[in-house]
Each structure stands twice: as structure tokens, then as C-alpha cells.
Design a binder for this molecule. Sequence first.
Ligand code: ADP
Ligand code: MG
Ligand code: ZN
Length: 596
Amino acid sequence: MKKIDEVLKQYYGYDSFRPGQERIIEAIMNGQDVLGIMPTGGGKSLCYQIPAICMEGTSLVISPLISLMKDQVDTLLTMGVRAGYINSQMDMATYRATMDKAMFGYYDLLYIAPERLESEYFLNTIQQMNINLVAVDEAHCISQWGQDFRPSYQNIPQLKDLIRLDVPFAAFTATATTRVKEDIIRQLKLQQPYTYVASFDRPNLYFSVIETKKKSQELFRYIEKEGSTIIYCNTRKNVEAVYHSLVKKGLPATYYHAGIAPEDRNQNQEDFIYDRKTIMVATNAFGMGIDKSNVRKVIHYNMPLDMESYYQEAGRAGRDGAPSQAVLLYSSQDIITNTFLIEQGNQPNAKEKLTQITSYCKTGKCLRSYILRYFDETPTFQECEHCSNCDGETEIIDVTVASQKILSCIYRMNQRFGTGMVTDVLRGKKNERIRQFQFDKLSTYGIMADTEEYLIKDIISFLISEGHLALSGDKYPILTFTTTSPHVLTGKEILSMVRKIREKPQKLIEKQTVTETEYDVSLFEKLRELRTKKAQEIGKPPFVVFTDRSLIDMAVRLPKTDEEFLEVHGVGESKRTTYGDEFMLVIQQHVKGRNE
Ligand code: ADP
Ligand code: MG
Ligand code: ZN
């Protein structure tokens, strides 16, 4: 039997396991059930792939999405692993041929969608195969408490009647609350599973929260032509607006939301995955099952509704481990919109969750430690020195008096208006509506004429997030009092608000471009071109050939021999044989040109 650390080096070209991987692999190979919870990009696939490569027989991998299966199988094939998949989109002849191969034990790994378990023919074949492991990817899909419930996942346990009793089941997911975790164990009937919960820290991600009133302009500071970027917006309308503004500037963008016809949507998704377009503007409908490992940046154009969604979406950056960024553009308007949204719905805990992500946006302390504490971890550091707050500065301002002015104005306006109108009255604006309601006669009219509009709106959002104001209304959000509003008005509450001091744009940008090691960017570009060419030749996405991280490592190491090439991160035997000579040629030519 192959040794697991040798497989890691020989097939994957990696030097060491990430935390948890080795124990999980060993447990599986000892026949024990497993539940592995690791963040997106944490390296779950390898935990079931390596046992599959090492053990006699075929491992069955159940995976929810066709795109996900295809990418994984493509990657495995370029590594020289015998992997195949079956999905509903393949024609009958290919299906039969694959099943024939499966029957005589050709595959180390066979990927299937859960719906396949409804086919008699498939189940019959399974009984004749030598199955050594059932791996369930995205296992939270089995639970109705999770976000992506898939009824067909509930067919999985019946496999137990068709295969040997001692075959382990291994379940993996990135998101599992206690409830979902228990549900997975119960529904999949896992027997005393070895359970591993990885740290949610993602050291290669630089987190920033940028507060801005002018998102459409601000956005462009974070957009680069090179490097894949996902921009998440909260509505289809915003997706299209942002998409058009990028295209107008000649940027290689595409877009995705549930309102686009399926063919176009797939086309756009492929354009992004195959690096034909580097910027994807999308709603949160985009991303689940996108295994693209070289996303360099995830930008949130709007504040999401909760930390779970935020971290999952942001986590799509930098799966290959190379330095990447997660940027959240936020304005006080987001709090107002989101508060309104959750008041329309009836999700339990939605308010609390919104408060928590609002605090994330508002905090002046380390963002990374905020995230880890949110996910019940105790960070090993106070300051990570690698987020916009650790790099930036904050100030604390007393907003007690300002809050009193705002509340008394709202009171005088009979609690029937939203933030915009209240702000206008406080600043003493002259317009038709104000005259119509005679608000220019109020004692609070113009009492904050000296305060900038954004600051007033900030304080209003702050009051909402602290529970001193509520939003209600059917058509548009209206500011109303809560039980604590009077305490503020009567001076019982002293209020101080932490504000970030805005950095100069240039400084921020420099800081955000983090590189672990110096490398020759022009060589990296040449290697990228070659990668694109090679990927086109085999009709696969570029990251299947090499990840960005591998290319960067090549540009650092400048390998000259096969042995040196094997030292490159992510290069195993198969990739060396297939691609080594051509990539080394480009490297050597570049080095020669540089020395001349
Ligand atoms: P997920 O947990 O989200 O399914 P993947 O299995 O897709 O994550 O892994 C993310 C990336 O990390 C992949 O490119 C994978 O090859 C890489 N990776 C996994 N394990 C290691 C390791 N031990 N060393 C280096 N890279 C690894
Ligand atoms: Mg995965
Ligand atoms: Zn930090």
C-alpha cells in the first residue's frame, strides 16, 4: 500500500499536511467514520482523496454540483489519479462506458451526484464493486437546518445496505452549527466518528472593511485587471449597475444572478472559471460549488446579512493559499437596508446576526480576531497585523449630545420618516417636502447644520445597532423609538462611537498588496500565459494545470532540473512529466534575458 506522505508529495507536490488532514486520513484508512469540518479552502478534498489513492478498491464521492465534480476530477486526472464522474448531463453511451470501467475496478475515485442513488441500475452496479469508502462532500446538504438542503442527500444512508459493513463513511463540510453537525451524524448514521473541527483562521487572507459613501467610485480603487475578482452585491439591480460600470471602463467583467437565463448564466460562470473574464459581479447565488482556487480578491459591495454568509463568501478568495484579499465596502445605508430586509422576513435570530456583522464593520479592533471569536475560537493573538484595522487608526467620539438632537428631531417629526428626511431637517435643508410638512418651523430644524451629512447618518446607524432606534414601515423604512430611546434623551446613557480614521487611498493600496516573498512579476506573467495556453490545449480551466501559488513559487525558485521542479509547491510526478520541460524553458529564457 502507498504511504500517505509519499502520495502527498508524489501526486500533489505538497510538502506537509495541513492541521487535521493526517489524522482524518489515518482514521479513514483504519476504517473509522469521520466528520471533518474545515473552512472553505481548508483542504477537505485531499482528506478523502489520499485514502482513495492508497486503498484497494474504489471510493465513492458524493458531491452536490456537477461543476464541482468536473473540476475535481480534471485536477485529479492531471495529477495522474484514476478518477471519474457520473452526472445527469452525460449521454447514455458515456454513462455505460464509465459504469463498465467502474465495475471492473478501474477507478480510485468515482464522483456522483446524490440523485444517482435513485437509479436501480446504478445501485446494482455498486453491489458488484469493491467500494472502500463513501465520502460525502458538502455534507450539510443533508440537513434541513443548513443553508443548502438537498433532499436527495437523504438517500445516502441506504448505501450501507449495499456495501460491506466495515466501509467507512466520511462527511465533510465548511459550515456546521451544532445543530447541523448533530444532524449530519444522525442522518448519515455515522458510528462514533472521528470528528475534526479546524481553525477558521485563513492567514493568507487580508481582511479590510472600508467605510465609504461613494461605493461606485471607491470600488475602482480595488479593481485590477489581473487576478480573479468576485464582487458580491445584495441585489440583481446592483449587480447589473456595477457590471455595466466596469464594462464601460473596459474591464474584463461578467455577471451572475438568478434572473439570468440558465444558458447565459452558465456561459458567464465558465468565462470566469476559465479566466476568460477576470471579474465576476454576482449576487450570493454565485459561488457554492465554485472550486476556483485562484480567486485573488472578493469584494463585498454591500454588507451581507450575517457573519456566516460573509465569511463563506469572502473565503472563496485564496483557496490556493496565495496572498489574497477580502474587502467589505460598507456604508451606514447598508445597515438601514438590511434592517429593513430582515424586518420583512421572519428568520429567527436575524436581528442579532445583523447586529454582529454591523459590529464587525464598526469595530476598531482586529478584524481577524473578531471573526475567530465569532466562530467560537480563541485567537492566539490580539492583533493580527494583517487586516485593515491592525494597519489603520481609530478614534472614539462622544455622540451623546448629537444623539439627543437626532432623537428629539425624530420625536418632533412624529416618528414617521426615514433617515434621509430626518437628516435633511437636522441640517436645515430647504425643499418642498420640508415646507409642506412645516418641518422648517421645528426647534430641531437646522440644529446640526454644522455636522456633515455622513456623520449624522453614521450616528443614526449607530443608534440602530445599539438598539436605541428601530426601523419599521411597510413601503420604506421609518425611524421609530425603542424602550431605551428616552434614556438617551434624558442623558441617562453616555454614548461613544468608535470611528475609523480614513487612510489615504495610496497608503491603503500599498498595504493591501501583500506578498510573502519577492518574485519577478514579469516572469510570473509569462508563466501565466503558458498556463493559459496549456489549459486551452486540454480544454480545462487554467488552475487545473497549475495554481497561482505554484507559478509564484516557480518564479521564486527558478528551477533548472527535474528535481528542482519537483520542489515547487503543487508539483507532483505527473505534472512534472507533463509540463516540467516547457515551464522550465520559459524560466530559463527569462533568466537569461535578465542577465544579459
Ligand atoms: P475545501 O476544504 O474548500 O474543499 P480544497 O480541498 O478545495 O478545499 O483545497 C483548497 C486548496 O488547498 C486546493 O488547491 C488544495 O490542493 C490545497 N491544499 C490542500 N491540502 C494542502 C496541503 N497539505 N498543502 C498545500 N496545499 C493544500
Ligand atoms: Mg471542497
Ligand atoms: Zn488584525
